[in-house]
Design a protein around this ligand. Structure first.
Ligand code: IPT
Length: 953
């Protein structure tokens, strides 16, 4: 064993991007050059420091038979070695760039492989790593190839001269922490490992090296111009366009353009003397013109999401099926754009975006957010020593991804402050690729960027920006605006996105936004269902801030995604019952309506009675038309409405025929009033008061039963298990209602009984509901009447004292037997809704189980309310609302829900707890953004509302 010097691992803390790797180039799959995937089971050894072991493991003949096995691609911390760490912006190590801790988990990876017998002996071979976190040193057959940083970027080494037919020894030493870690402070799990593919690529003599496909579209002539620049001369053929030109030569022909809505790709081939490479060409032109981002002459409206790569078991080691699932889910939910927050994705993801059609902001692997803690002092992006590393990252992204038509914007990175390094990156990118625009959010003056980008700006400010009243530098005033992050989808929410969309559609300058974020990064965990920050004993962590996506960790859509789908739907319906027409607007930017079929249906009391086709003319983008609805069917005195839908007319690449793209509903005849004519008086005896079908405790006035149905604990309820958005982020400057509610004591209201009055035709129970230590109260009167069969409860609430906060909810709750399971209702559904998340709530008859009503937020919180409920039935009871109400039911109390930290804490009891709410407070997005808009507040005001109970068979 050799004595190691301390310098053997100096590269770990070196700001340079590395040594030994080949220059970056386009990522492509050759038609004919051989390749060999080295993915699979590798030998693995974890050491506590970078220098605990010498490099003798890289020598041929080293016996690693006793080492563990690990899956490559993969993260060792998700395979039983060490554990994941979650921090949002804090570095989980002392900030002393470029130094890293002595405790630096280091994974030695070893893989022995044979070449296939037909592996060509001519030419060269490169070894490609598509992603290694955070720093790797590589040896092949005992030869040191070099080392690299830049976790989510490709690195290639020339290895042809080192390969042998059998028994090749590939050794990769991976350090969790390196100088590169300072540039990779994204809000996500720190997950070291060889997490993307490792591949051996044969490079025949005369092969293609790097090439750049320039394919523009002139919307005024309908012609596309193709020019392929190639390091090695060759020919470019595109059979469908009769193109056969030399590389470097440009050719102009009539084409169908590529857009995210109409992703027309032309197959071509780049052939050099030694290789054929398939091309997938999309003709489109991206420009900044008249202060707008335009593609093919048309301004874009981004209906986007921020996508981190995530899989609940594999972390950022995504398989192709998962990537495809992401794209299909986006397309099926009307999403038209992705920001690859905050690093270039696996290259296969971009191929999917080309194929299925999504606008992409490709973001560089760069974030130095932790420096905000020291007012950005020593920020690497403003320190020339780091500039080569930044330029290397920019080049590795641009060169790898430059041939994707879906990529329309390059992003310098995220949350890295400002500095000369960023300017250098922007200059390099603009110079290398003038055919795309440059994005970066952190520079309020837009010095380096082609658009004004912000995150989480409040509606009111966004409106001012839309009107151009936001001031700013001269340059910024001329630029279009995007919200690169908004609608923080943490837990229940985001609320208020329909209000943003309205602004985006009102002001041309506002070119849309990207919801934060696509998927919850929960880690599948036996203890908790899904784990989040802190569940692995991290000394610093940011809890469930890592679970803030539109998809749950298992990729089931959350109500937030269903809401977003509705808010951004590309067809808009506006009904006018009076003249029996519906106005249909094509809200696509490029597509006509030929892919869609339109249908109408007519509902009486929430049930379809008739349906048919709606003859919508073939509107072009932006056009609208009034379409006549048929004569409404006879409906007696029921509540009636039209529902119209836009469905896929035939199968597409991303969904089958019949898939619903958009819908709308319009009331016709209003709901008849709920009448209960009181007859008979309450009767007392045996410690009971009876009234119609109901029995009450004579002393407390508490409802005991309705017919054969036992009812427990019916009383006013104002508490909800606070949502992440109620709790808000600690740094928010506006009032955070969750903490304010708790401080006031709304989660521990006491109910003082003032009077039980069985008089006249009613039983009246007077109470005062208030928290200890406070003068605020809700004087609450329950008034019960009955017509003999049905029981009517009218609740009157009068606030007392100085209420400075809104209420979480206002209604009653009660317990039913745990046997209650099936729920039927006429109201909004199928999923949950709250005042500012109700766009997707569709009015009709619905059915569910009690369990089916729950939304499984990774950190349990208020969920599952159904809006606009006319009536609901469960546990043998029918409840009618006067007026309509919010309905929820669960097998645990709201207090248990509030106390739960993980889904596994929710254990069903033997009671089903039902909430009937007259009001709910809005949801907002304050976990990282604005709270609910004032119109969605549930003010503490005098209120009166009624429910009618009856027994059902
Ligand atoms: C913003 C980050 O860009 C993103 O990575 C994520 O952390 C998000 O917020 C919150 O989930 S930064 C925020 C402090 C404005």
């Amino acid at each position: 064993m050799s004595i190691r010097t301390t310098t053997a691992v100096d590269y770990v803390e070196d700001v340079s991007p590395g040594t030994g790797a080949l220059p970056p180039r386009a990522w492509y799959a050759s038609s004919d050059a051989a390749s060999l995937s080295l993915n699979g089971s590798w030998r693995f050894r974890l050491s506590p420091t970078a220098d605990a072991e010498d490099d003798s493991f890289a020598e041929p003949g080293f016996d690693a038979g006793h080492w563990a096995q690990i899956a490559v691609p993969g993260h060792w911390a998700l395979q039983g070695h060490g554990s994941p760490i979650y921090t949002n912006h804090l570095y989980p190590f002392p900030v002393d760039p470029p130094r890293v801790p002595t405790e630096n988990p280091t994974g030695d990876h070893l893989h022995v492989f044979d070449l296939p017998s037909d592996w060509p002996s001519d030419g060269g071979t490169v070894l490609r790593f598509d992603g290694v976190e955070s720093c790797a040193r590589v040896w092949l057959n005992g030869t040191d190839l070099g080392e690299f940083k830049g976790s989510r970027l490709p690195h290639e080494f020339a290895v042809g001269h080192l390969l042998q037919p059998g028994g090749n020894v590939l050794a990769v030493r991976v350090h969790q922490w390196s100088a590169g870690s300072y540039l990779e402070d994204q809000d996500q799990w720190w997950l070291p490992g060889v997490f993307r593919d490792v591949t051996l690529l044969h490079r025949p003599a005369g092969c293609v090296l790097d090439f750049f496909v320039h394919a523009s579209y002139d919307h005024t002539t309908g012609e596309g111009t193709l020019k392929v620049e190639s390091d090695v001369d060759g020919r470019v053929t595109v059979p469908a366009l009769d193109i056969d030109v030399a590389t470097g030569e440009s050719v102009t022909v009539p084409v169908e353009p590529w857009t995210a809505e109409t992703p027309r790709l032309y197959d071509g081939v780049l052939a050099t003397e030694g290789e054929r490479v398939p091309l997938r060409i999309g003709f489109r032109t991206v420009v900044l013109e008249d202060g707008l981002i335009k593609v093919n002459g048309t301004p874009l409206l981004f209906k986007g999401v921020n996508r981190h790569e995530w899989h609940p078991e594999k972390g950022r080691a995504l398989d192709p099926e998962t990537m495809r699932e992401d794209v299909l889910l986006m397309k099926r939910h009307n999403v038209n754009a992705v920001r690859t927050s905050h690093y270039p994705p696996h290259p296969a993801f971009l191929e999917l975006c080309d194929t299925y059609g999504l606008w992409v902001i490709d973001e560089c692997d760069l974030e130095t957010h932790g420096f905000v803690e020291q007012a950005w002092r020593d920020n690497p992006v403003d320190d020339d020593r780091w500039t080569p590393a930044l330029l290397d990252r920019a080049a590795r992204m641009v060169e790898r991804d430059k041939n994707h038509p879906s990529v329309v914007i390059w992003s310098l990175g995220n949350e890295a402050g400002t500095g000369r390094g960023l300017t250098a990156m922007a200059e390099w990118i603009h110079h290398r690729d003038a055919s795309r625009l440059v994005h970066y959010e952190g520079d309020i003056d837009c010095r380096d960027t082609d658009m004004y980008s912000r995150m989480y700006a409040f509606h009111e400010e966004v409106e001012r920006i839309g009107r151009g009243l936001d001031g700013g530098t001269g340059k910024r005033r001329e630029l279009p605006f995007v919200l690169c992050e908004f609608g923080h989808a943490m837990g229940n929410g985001p609320g208020g996105i329909a209000d943003y969309q309205r602004l985006f559609e009102t002001y041309d300058r506002l070119q849309g936004g990207f919801i934060w974020e696509w998927i919850d990064h929960g880690i599948k965990d036996e203890r908790y269902g899904f784990a989040y920050g802190g569940d692995f004993g991290e000394e610093l962590h940011d809890g469930n801030f890592v679970c803030d996506g539109l998809l749950f960790p298992d990729r089931k859509p959350s109500p937030g995604l269903v809401e977003y789908k509705k808010v951004i739907e590309p067809i808009r319906f506006e009904g006018d019952a009076a003249d029996g027409t519906v106005r249909v607007r094509n809200a696509y930017d490029f597509a006509d309506l030929s892919a869609l079929a339109f249908v109408w249906s007519f509902q009486v009391d929430g049930v379809d009675v008739e349906s048919g086709r709606l003859p919508v003319p073939p509107l072009g983008p932006g056009e609208s038309a009034h379409v006549k609805l048929p004569r409404p069917p006879e409906a007696g005195d029921g509540e009636t409405q039209w529902t119209v839908r836009a469905l896929l007319a035939s199968d597409t690449a991303w969904a089958s025929a019949g898939h619903q793209v958009a819908w709308g509903q319009f009331p016709v005849a209003a709901r008849p009033p709920v009448r209960v004519v009181p007859s008979g008086a309450p009767r007392s005896g045996d410690g009971r008061i009876t009234l119609g079908p109901a029995s009450f405790d004579a002393r407390t006035g508490a409802l005991m039963s309705i017919g054969a149905v036992d009812v427990t604990g019916l009383r006013l309820d104002v508490w909800r298990a606070t949502t992440d958005n109620d709790d808000g982020a600690p740094w928010q400057s506006d009032v955070r209602h969750g903490p304010a509610w708790r401080k006031l004591g709304l989660h521990r209201m006491r109910h003082r009984l003032d009077a039980v009055e069985p008089t006249g035709d009613a039983l009246t129970v007077r109470t005062r509901v208030a928290p200890a230590a406070r003068e605020v109260a809700l004087a609450t009167v329950y008034r019960w009447t009955s017509d003999g069969d049905r029981l009517r409860l009218t609740v009157s609430v009068a606030p007392e004292g100085d209420w400075t906060v809104p209420l979480p909810r206002l209604g009653v709750r009660f317990g039913l037997s745990g046997a209650a399971d099936r729920v039927r209702w006429f109201g909004g559904g199928p999923g949950e809704a709250y005042p500012d998340t109700r766009a997707a709530s569709e009015l009709r008859r619905w059915e569910s189980t009690v369990d089916g009503l729950q939304t499984p937020y990774v950190r349990p919180q208020e969920n599952g309310a159904r809006a606009d409920v006319r009536w609901a039935e469960l546990g043998g009871l029918r409840i009618e609302g006067d007026p309509e109400f919010w309905f929820s039911a669960r097998r645990w109390t709201n207090e248990r829900l509030d106390a739960a930290r993980h889904l596994t804490d929710l254990v069903p009891g033997d009671t089903v707890w039902v909430n009937l709410d007259h009001g709910q407070h809005g949801i907002g997005s304050q976990s990282c953004g604005p709270g609910p808009l004032p119109q969605y507040f549930l003010a503490a005001e005098p209120a009166e509302f009624s429910f009618v109970f009856s027994e059902v068979g």
